[in-house]
Ligand binder design. Structure first.
Ligand code: PRP
Ligand code: MN
Ligand code: MG
Length: 181
């Protein structure tokens, strides 16, 4: 197989920068949920890395659950069709839920997810995302915690994939056009 590094153009955020930002966000979340019973909901597959790292920066009691939801398939464009591939195992009624995402691009995934989770009557429902693309700024979905804003380029790493690959890259980098064009 080809070395991943030869298919990247430049690193946008190093893992050190990501961890430092996560430590700051975790301090805020620790404060917010000090006396609350926190349930982190990770959105598979992309949020695996941020869930693992954010949760280990937190010091409040928490539980984790996962939803698998997909809108992109194997392409680079959102299809706009959101599907639940795996539902939560937890009943979230009355729970303080914080959704953990790797990236908000068009906002379609979260718009659907938040509407869906809201109907289950959680005590509170907030969103944390590691990255956000420009288009997400015009989405009506309110986000409580954002790691970094990204330029409108195709990025991979730290959970972000292209055709299922590159998620294991510890940094976030731009994908070389020859890979996807
Ligand atoms: C990606 C990403 C977010 C979503 C953001 O997931 O992880 O969940 O797209 O895009 P949007 O704001 O335009 O909806 P994807 O559907 O590719 O599944 P994955 O997490 O398994 O990669
Ligand atoms: Mn995802
Ligand atoms: Mg994806």
């Amino acid at each position: 197989a080809t070395q991943i590094s030869s298919e990247l153009t430049r690193v946008l955020y190093t893992n050190d920068q990501i961890q430092a930002r996560l430590a700051d966000i975790a301090a805020e979340i620790d404060e917010e949920y000090r006396d609350k019973d926190l349930l982190l909901v990770g959105v598979l597959n992309g949020a695996v890395m941020v869930m693992a790292d954010l949760s280990r920066h937190l010091t409040v009691h928490l539980q984790m659950d996962w939803m698998a939801i997909s809108s992109y398939g194997s392409g680079t464009q959102s299809s706009g069709v959101v599907r639940i591939l795996k539902d939560l195992t937890t009943d979230i009624e009355g729970r303080h839920v914080l959704v953990v995402e790797d990236i908000i691009d068009t906002g379609l995934t979260l718009a659907y997810l938040i509407q869906n989770l809201h109907s289950r009557k959680p005590a509170s429902l907030k969103i944390m995302t590691m990255f956000r693309k420009p288009e997400a700024l015009s989405s009506p979905v309110e986000v409580s915690h954002v790691g970094f804003d990204l330029p409108n380029e195709f990025v991979v790493g730290y959970g972000l994939d292209y055709a299922g690959r590159y998620r294991n890259l510890v940094d976030v980098a731009t994908l070389a056009p020859h890979v996807y064009s």
